[in-house]
Design a protein around this ligand. Structure first.
Ligand SMILES: [Fe+2]
Length: 247
């Protein structure tokens, strides 16, 4: 099975559709934050549902369904969530309420952030390989009898590998094919619509569960259109400008 795995689309319909029009896959899975920041929460969530709506809850969806969590967001993020609430129908918000925090698939798990306490949405950046939250995620993975945890949230793609001697290695974004061995992996798939690794592209992965192969991809898309729509929507200008920088 070839899985297209997408995270952190953040209402960027241009980046999202560029991937869908480019990539071949059997099933598409979503690692949270379909909405927020960008101008097109309606079209992005609609497309997500049309594609089967299989995915996990992100902190931005949590912001929509639990407004008491809004205080935890930056001002720009909060504006994006309030904009989302105004521009999507009630049935989409109801659908967000049934998104699970963790989704178990054949040999892997999806969770927007770390597995120890999924709804606390902890950040583990590529430079944080000694993070207690990451260690906890590896423990949960082992307990659940799975080998791979696909995650997002930081918008910075990378792979953490736990070797047999319990040491953790980190690999930054890697173009080309990666064949997984029998170790445990936490794989950050990066962000479709709000890259923050300095590469202003739409990031995602394709996982082939038969070959146990991960392919990291980053596509150019119409950034100008996405940024112009943010301006027209009266969202903070900064949210459009950062798309050009990928930061
Ligand atoms: Fe995000």
């Amino acid at each position: 099975m070839k899985y297209l795995i997408l995270s952190d689309i953040h209402s960027n319909y241009q980046a999202f559709t560029k991937i869908l029009n480019t990539e071949k896959f059997d099933e598409v899975l979503f690692v949270g934050d379909i909405i927020g920041y960008g101008a097109d929460p309606y079209f992005c969530y609609k497309k997500f549902l049309e594609l089967g709506g299989t995915g996990v809850l992100g902190n931005h969806e949590q912001g929509v369904i639990l407004p008491e969590t809004l205080a935890k967001f930056s001002e720009n993020a909060r504006k994006g969530i309030l904009y989302t609430m105004k521009h999507i129908p009630k049935e989409y918000i109801d659908h967000m309420r049934i998104l699970p925090p963790v989704l178990e698939m054949e040999d892997f798990i999806l969770c927007h952030a770390m597995l120890g306490d999924p709804l606390s949405f902890q950040y583990v950046f590529p430079e944080n390989k000694d993070s207690a939250f990451l260690l906890e995620s590896f423990e949960v993975l082992k307990k659940l009898g799975k080998k791979i945890h696909f995650t997002g949230h930081t918008h910075r793609p990378c792979i953490f590998k736990k070797r047999e001697d319990e040491q953790i290695e980190v690999y930054p974004i890697h173009h080309g094919d990666i064949y997984l061995d029998d170790a445990y992996y936490v794989v950050n798939v990066g962000s479709v619509g709000q890259s923050r690794n300095g590469i202003p592209k739409a990031h995602y992965i394709v996982y082939d569960s038969v070959k146990r192969r991960i392919r990291f991809r980053a596509l150019d898309y119409d950034i100008k259109e996405a940024a112009d729509r943010i301006l027209k929507a009266d969202l903070p200008e900064f949210l459009g400008q950062r798309l050009y920088l990928g930061t």
